[in-house]
Design a protein around this ligand. Structure first.
Ligand code: G3P
Ligand code: CA
Length: 246
């Protein structure tokens, strides 16, 4: 079984996370999937940024929820990372989908609604994926179980993953009971039994965030369906070596 290599926030080790240069690089490296984080602006535009506050990854201050898309476009989302990327802008989900549309890529759209429960974010993202005919290639994930439940009402099939960072009861059972059809866990939670339990329910199990070859080895051995990595080039090269020698 081939574990899918998913670029975490793009090729985020060598380019600013969640930006077009990071996505382009990941695609050029041969990543099979791209993971992005979504927050919602004051005027309901889904934008790609990990934190609720723009402080860490832009030259601005304040919360995305209090900014219009217009204001968001004036921010520099590259200079914090390196001078090379000065002038890089925050990307909207729509811009990202347009770029991804005709590429052989799976998309993992993580809703960042565990701290701020953005109203209607599930539907806004779902409708946009439907509009670009990308539902079949996409998984929408979230740490927010209520949000997973809300996605039960989607008409067409799309991946819906519960994210988990710590052990809490029977994760597979919980995920399935709230309507998730995939489970994404932190590397610490990975073990062969969890993968088997997921597969018994027909659910893929993916693991974040894996950057060392030791952890890549464990994920490939456990037959995880995918890994989220900041270093997709390294993961692809290591998977080749692993498959040759296993
Ligand atoms: O989607 C997997 C992973 O990205 C979740 O954690 O903090 O990197 O968004 P975080
Ligand atoms: Ca994420």
């Amino acid at each position: 079984m081939k574990t899918e290599i998913i670029a975490h926030r793009g090729a985020s080790r060598i380019a600013p996370e969640n930006t077009m240069p990071a996505f382009e690089l990941a695609y050029d490296m041969g990543a099979e999937g791209i993971e992005v984080d979504v927050q919602l602006t004051k005027d309901n535009v889904p934008v790609l940024i990990h934190d609720e506050n723009v402080k860490r990854t832009t030259n601005g201050r304040g919360f995305i929820k209090d900014m219009t898309w217009d204001t968001v476009t004036s921010l520099d989302a590259g200079a914090w990372f390196s001078r090379t990327y000065t002038g890089t802008q925050i990307v909207s989900l729509e811009e990202f989908l347009r770029w991804a549309k005709n590429k052989q890529l799976t998309l993992n759209i993580e809703l960042k609604n565990n701290k701020i429960d953005y109203k209607h974010i599930e539907n806004i993202v779902y409708e946009m994926l439907a509009h670009y005919q990308l539902l079949a290639n996409s998984t929408i994930s979230t740490f927010n179980p209520n949000s997973v439940e809300r996605m039960k009402q989607f008409q067409h099939k799309v991946g819906v993953a519960l994210l988990a960072s710590r052990k809490c009861g029977n994760l597979v059972k919980t995920a399935a009971s709230i309507g998730a059809n995939a489970l994404h866990v932190k590397y610490r939670l990975l073990n062969q039994n969890l993968v088997k339990a997921c597969h018994a329910k027909g659910m893929p199990l993916r693991v974040y965030t894996i950057n060392s070859t030791r952890r890549m080895h464990a994920a490939f051995k456990a037959e995880a369906d995918g890994i989220f990595t900041d270093v997709p080039d390294k993961a692809i090269a290591f998977r080749k070596v692993y498959n040759k020698h296993k």
